[in-house]
Design a protein around this ligand. Structure first.
Ligand SMILES: [Zn+2]
Length: 103
């Protein structure tokens, strides 16, 4: 539909290619103490060990600010952090006083 002369398009999430998602998951895997198996995935915000079916991949630089689907721009996080973070930027969400401090 057109509204005020502007073509309205449904904004779609850019689908993350599965090989990119797998690479990001692999880089953020948590191993058992004898390093023989993957026991979970790291939430880069609250540092929790998150089950595979609960882990999500988030953009450090969001796509609406020009961020792309390169692994360097992606971190794993738990569903609860992703919901709380919402549209805040990575460095807004990971505040000084939290685990992350910018030096
Ligand atoms: Zn988290």
């Amino acid at each position: 539909m057109r509204l005020h002369g502007v073509e309205m398009t449904e904004s779609k999430r850019i689908q993350l290619p599965s090989r990119v998602r797998e690479q990001v998951l692999w880089e953020n895997r948590i191993l058992s103490s004898d390093r023989s198996e993957v026991v979970g995935y790291l939430c880069n915000y609250c540092l929790s060990n998150t089950r595979r079916d609960r882990i999500q991949v988030d953009h450090v630089r969001p796509t609406w600010l020009g961020g792309t689907n390169v692994p360097e721009n992606l971190v794993t996080c738990c569903a609860s952090c992703n919901i709380h973070k919402s549209r805040q930027l990575y460095f807004e969400y990971v505040k000084p006083g939290g685990w992350y401090t910018e030096s």
